[in-house]
Ligand binder design. Structure first.
Ligand code: PEP
Length: 253
């Protein structure tokens, strides 16, 4: 199966509007010339409008870092799917920081995935085990549960629009990336079979599975060389233009 490589930068809670404009100006031209890689930038909500203007015509996609599942109403502080869709084609759902600090659960992830697909957005659904779970040998069990519960009830006919990001929590922002071999094992032995169980084998083969967790220009090639690693969700390094451009170049097949 020929899956188009996918590289997304998660800026997390960084950059004012002026700073976001400046950062995008430093990376958009070189990124736009990299062929055959789906490229996405995910700034904070407040910069989506400015970054969407800056990305116009570059072929680089824009993503939000979260959304709410309801369409409108009394949900102070939340952003509805159709509001995200005004600027974005993508949305990150279930990032471990949202699970850890903001009460995200497999059930809320599931509601958000349904809502994102309904709004025509591509959800980038994050899964991954904590350090304690990793050390207790629970990786497969935890990740399988997150996939099965987070994607429950999705119509197999549209499942190939989903992107999965395997992000072991112990590797996010720590500088201690997983090995390529370890991530490949989780992708091929846990995530893809779980996707196959939910959506059938041919849909499972079409879904991109990214690795995330301390990806840098120095280690990116090790991940992209693995047959079931279809790209990367990049945090810290996506704030450094040279690093993010080099990671994206490494994803070209
Ligand atoms: C992330 O934010 O999803 C992430 C993987 O962060 P980092 O690349 O900094 O580990």
């Amino acid at each position: 199966m020929n899956r188009i490589p996918f590289v997304a930068g998660n800026w997390k809670m960084n950059k004012t509007v002026a700073e976001a404009r400046e950062l995008v100006a430093r990376m958009s031209a070189p990124l736009s010339t990299i062929p055959n890689v789906e490229k996405v930038i995910c700034p904070p909500f407040t910069s989506l409008m400015a970054v969407s203007e800056a990305l116009n015509g570059t072929g680089i996609g824009l993503g939000a870092q979260d959304l709410h599942w309801e369409e409108k109403g009394a949900f102070t502080g939340q952003v509805a799917p159709n509001m995200v869709k005004e600027f974005c084609s993508y949305v990150i759902i279930g990032h471990s920081e949202r699970r850890t600090y903001f009460g995200e659960t497999d059930e809320t992830v599931n509601r958000k995935v349904h809502a994102a697909l309904k709004a025509g957005l591509t959800p980038i659904v994050c899964v991954g085990e904590t350090l304690g779970q990793y050390e207790s040998g629970l990786t497969s069990e935890v990740v399988r549960r997150q996939i099965n519960a987070g994607l429950a009830g999705i119509d197999p006919a549209i499942a190939s629009r989903i992107v999965i990001a395997y992000e072991p929590v112990w590797a996010i922002g720590t500088g201690k990336a997983s090995s390529g071999e370890n991530a490949q094992g989780v992708h091929s032995r846990v995530i893809r079979p779980a996707l196959s169980g939910l959506f059938g084998e041919s849909n499972a083969q079409a879904i991109r599975i990214l690795y995330g967790g301390s990806v840098t220009a120095a280690n990116a090639a090790e991940f992209f060389a693995q047959p079931d690693i279809d790209g990367a969700l990049v945090g810290g390094a996506s704030l450094k233009p040279e690093e993010f451009i080099a990671i994206t170049k490494a994803a070209v097949k």
